[in-house]
Design a binder for this molecule. Structure first.
Ligand SMILES: *C/C=C(C)/C=C/C=C(C)/C=C/C1=C(C)CCCC1(C)C
Length: 255
């Protein structure tokens, strides 16, 4: 198990180094704050990944898989951020494709977390996960078609919003929300409430960025990338930390 962990960390670290070696064509400029923000999120994600994998064995067994998934989310984002930073620094263009590929993988994994924290206390049904997955796909496919210019950006926004609202419905009033409330497990209720706030408030930053970036105008590619980067930092790392904190609380209570 420890060897496996070491291998995973080495692989992740090597990927970072290889890509640094390729970057000699264009260097990060001291006034490129967007480029700097890509770096900051990359390193935050790397640190979070190492942290989650190392902490995994210190939480009660039922929570371990959630911590693993938290580490996968930040690990996958780390690799994408290395690529996104490179696209930005070398071309000055928004790395929309890499960003959406990252979201397409990490958002379903984040949704899986709602299922796993419910499963940690024996309250999950698979329907919860499938509904959240469908909501995520509708949200992201809509957004991508709009940002990449395949369909009208207002129509794309409406489709994306429908997916997000469906997710919010599920975690507040749907089966997921109700199961969490009925569970009577304090760690779960706290974690679930905080995760729900991230998906409501933390996630609201993305559609707002989209509105100003594509619908009303007023926000250029620089600002939009900084906004998306900051939101990813919060929504991926803080989300995992919330679950880790709940898991740790439960283990100290059990002791
Ligand atoms: C780690 C990445 C995360 C948590 C990404 C989340 C992305 C969203 C919540 C995107 C939402 C959007 C809408 C609600 C409307 C259409 C445009 C989007 C795709 C930006």
């Amino acid at each position: 198990m420890n060897k496996l962990k070491l291998f995973a960390l080495t692989a992740v670290a090597l990927m970072g180094i290889t890509s640094v070696a390729n970057a000699d064509a264009a260097m990060l400029q001291s006034n490129d704050f967007v480029g700097i923000s890509f770096w900051l999120v990359s390193m935050g994600c790397l640190a979070a990944t190492v942290f989650f994998f190392l902490e995994r064995s210190s939480v009660p067994a039922g929570w371990r898989v959630s911590i693993t998934v938290a580490g996968l989310v930040t690990g996958i984002a780390f690799v994408h951020y290395i690529y996104m930073r490179e696209v930005w620094v070398t071309t000055g263009e928004s790395p929309t494709v890499y960003r959406y590929i990252d979201w397409l993988i990490t958002v379903p994994l984040l949704m899986l977390e709602f299922y796993f924290v419910l499963a940690a206390v024996g309250k999950a049904t698979s329907g919860v996960f499938w509904r959240l997955l469908i909501g995520s796909l509708v949200m992201l496919v809509g957004g991508y078609l709009g940002e990449a210019g395949y369909i009208n950006s207002t129509l794309a926004f409406v489709i994306g919003m429908a997916g997000w609202i469906y997710i919010l419905y599920e975690v507040f009033s749907g089966e997921a929300g109700k199961s969490a409330e009925r569970s009577g497990n304090k760690s779960l209720v706290t974690a679930f409430g905080a995760m729900r706030m991230i998906v409501t408030v933390g996630w609201a930053v993305y559609p707002l960025g989209y509105i100003f970036g594509y619908l009303t105008g007023g926000v250029d590619a620089n600002t939009l990338n900084i906004v998306y980067n900051a939101a990813d930092f919060l929504n991926k790392i803080a989300f995992g930390l919330i679950i880790w904190a709940a898991a740790t609380q439960q283990s100290s209570r059990a002791r």
